[in-house]
Design a protein around this ligand. Structure first.
Ligand SMILES: [Zn+2]
Ligand SMILES: [Zn+2]
Length: 194
């Protein structure tokens, strides 16, 4: 194990989006607050040394651990990201399609209620806003759909980006051989069990 000084783990973000932009897959941690996204970028990510940025996906049964860290030109304010997330279609698409490279961008996450939504906005159930009841409970009107509450969100992408070329998918048994993932599991899982 290398003897790096401990870097704080940051998990106060809403999730991660995976999307195509600029011909490349983008990995987009979703930050809830605009000011926070600016300070995360300016204080930490801006100083990351691109070739040293690492993303690790540690796959569990239905979930995965998103783990991201980097060497920094300003180690004092460096952070590493982690979050336990549910596997999704977008995640699987990223896994198949990234081709060893991705752009890292931050997204500011804005949740829309049925009242704020346009008719054609898509709910997480896959049906549009106009297919949801506008009464007290905004259930989906499709008979075979079990959606009870309209849920959609908008992601405002920040322009600045970094290039990631070190992307690995691991299982938990591999974690001990990867310094970033090992550090993350040690701090956020193993040390909390006992
Ligand atoms: Zn719905
Ligand atoms: Zn639906």
């Amino acid at each position: 194990m290398s003897s790096q000084s401990p870097i704080p783990w940051f998990d106060d973000f809403a999730g991660v989006a995976y999307r195509y932009y600029d011909l490349r897959m983008n990995v987009i941690p979703l930050i809830v607050d605009r000011k926070q996204s600016a300070s995360l970028w300016n204080d930490s990510i801006h100083w990351w040394v691109d070739p040293s940025i690492k993303i690790r996906f540690v796959e569990m049964k239905d979930d995965y651990w998103f783990i991201m860290g980097s060497d920094s030109q300003k180690p004092d304010t460096n952070l590493a990201f982690f979050k336990i997330l549910a596997k999704s279609e977008h995640y699987e698409r990223f896994k198949k399609g990234h081709g060893g490279e991705a752009y890292l961008r931050l997204g500011v996450y804005q949740k829309n209620s049925l009242n704020d939504a346009k008719k054609s906005d898509m709910c997480s159930c896959g049906h549009e806003a106009q297919d949801h009841d506008e009464g007290d409970d905004d259930v989906c009107l499709f008979n075979d759909c079990s959606c009870k509450v309209f849920f959609s969100f908008q992601v405002n992408l920040l322009k600045r980006k970094k290039t990631i070329t070190d992307i690995k998918f691991l299982e938990e048994k591999d974690v001990k051989d990867d310094s970033l993932a090992w550090n993350c599991f040690n701090v956020n899982k193993y040390s909390k069990i006992e």
